[in-house]
Design a protein. Structure first.
Length: 377
């Protein structure tokens, strides 16, 4: 178990809080999503805090934070880096987030833990692509997108707090990458999100569609991303659901420019209401980030359907509705990839978002905090 008081003071660094256009206390209410007032959610903005690209902790650059979770036992947070063991070993960080009812004051990077492979060694360069991290009852669950170009499958593994490998969950049929791209994951669009339901099951979400399930998002059409539901202690698959990813919300500023959109993380509120972060980028315009609520109730189990694009069965995807659009809220979001619920030191229930800076000097490791006024639970 991580002991925060064993960390030397030399590893602590507190950054100055950045100003945001949105005032502290601005509220966002979704009183009756899907017409269900029992599923209502209310949030209050607590501020933004940025760590500039290039900051190092113990000789390793901090960046690529693509997943975050709260540890109620210590009151600290863990955040995983999507560094493919190129700038440093595949790793996760311990963070102390200074947030309360009065706002988000700072983020302290305490230390990092190296994630080890099945042989107890650090991963080789480009041998892994970490994306999401959650604290489970029997260890730390983390996902890798794999590498479709080199036919490395995605995975979800369980590690000890010191990063040591414990086990890996079975990969369902149809997810492994293929040479001819007829089935399986697309590169960099695989196991982007994880979340535990309060009942104990683990959700593992794709960023976009498998090859056999149809195209990725465009400006005019969405995409069908699968969500796997596991019983985590046994690794037995319970179901698969379809999440309808929204079309790309904005075009690049110039013809031929680059843009994208996909699901970067999930966060369960109760056993069927889940938040999803949909985020993307349009060249010359910037990032778009929307938090959606979706509902598993009534969704079709598609685990027995080999191709969503080629089936005679009627498929009911999860239903969803938007909770907040960060740009519309008045902030300037970067590449938001992590979301978690936490507890502030003053007892405030909070929701924390974190951005992956892609180790790019024009981007930043960005945190947003919201007070949770009420939510389904």
């Amino acid at each position: 178990m991580f002991k925060p008081f064993s960390i030397t003071l030399s590893l602590f660094l507190l950054f100055i809080q950045t100003a945001a256009a949105t005032e502290i206390g601005t509220t966002i209410e979704t009183p009756c999503p899907f017409g269900d007032c029992q599923a209502g959610i209310g949030l209050s903005y607590l501020g933004e805090f940025d760590i500039p690209t290039g900051f190092g902790e113990n000789g390793v650059e901090v960046g690529g934070l693509s997943g975050i979770d709260f540890d109620p036992a210590s009151g600290l947070y863990i955040a995983i880096s999507d560094d493919r063991s190129e700038r440093g070993p595949a790793r996760f960080y311990h963070l102390d987030i200074d947030v309360g009812a009065s706002g988000l004051k700072g983020v302290t990077i305490l230390d990092h833990v190296t994630l080890l492979d099945k042989n107890g060694l650090p991963f080789m360069s480009k041998g892994v692509d970490p994306e999401s991290i959650r604290i489970g009852k029997d260890g730390i669950y983390w996902s890798s997108e794999g590498n479709a170009k080199t036919l490395i499958p995605p995975f979800v593994r369980v590690a000890k707090p010191d990063g040591t490998f414990i086990r890996e969950l079975p990969l369902p049929d149809g997810f492994a990458p293929t040479d001819d791209k007829s089935t399986g994951i697309r590169d960099n669009l695989a196991f982007e999100s994880t979340s535990f339901l309060p009942s104990g099951d683990l959700l593992v979400g794709m960023e976009s569609a498998l090859y056999q399930d149809g195209p990725i998002t465009t400006l005019t059409n969405g995409s069908l991303a699968r969500i796997i539901r596991y019983e985590p202690s046994t690794g037995v698959q319970q179901a698969q659901y379809v999440y309808p990813v929204s079309p790309i919300p904005q075009a690049p500023s110039k013809s031929g420019g680059w843009n994208d959109f996909g699901v970067s993380e999930m966060l369960a509120l109760d056993d069927h209401h889940i938040l999803a972060v949909e985020r993307g980028y349009a060249q010359g315009v910037g990032n778009s980030v929307a938090i959606e609520m979706f509902d598993l109730e009534g969704a079709t189990d598609v685990s027995g359907i080999a191709s969503l694009a080629n089936t005679d069965r009627t498929i009911v995807p999860v239903r969803k509705t938007q909770v907040v659009d960060l740009r519309a809220l008045g902030v300037a979001p970067d590449n938001i990839e992590g979301i978690t619920l936490g507890k502030a030191k003053d007892g405030t229930d909070v929701m924390i978002l974190v951005a992956d800076n892609n180790f790019n000097p024009t981007q930043k490791t960005q945190f947003y905090a919201f007070k949770v006024i009420h939510r389904p639970q």
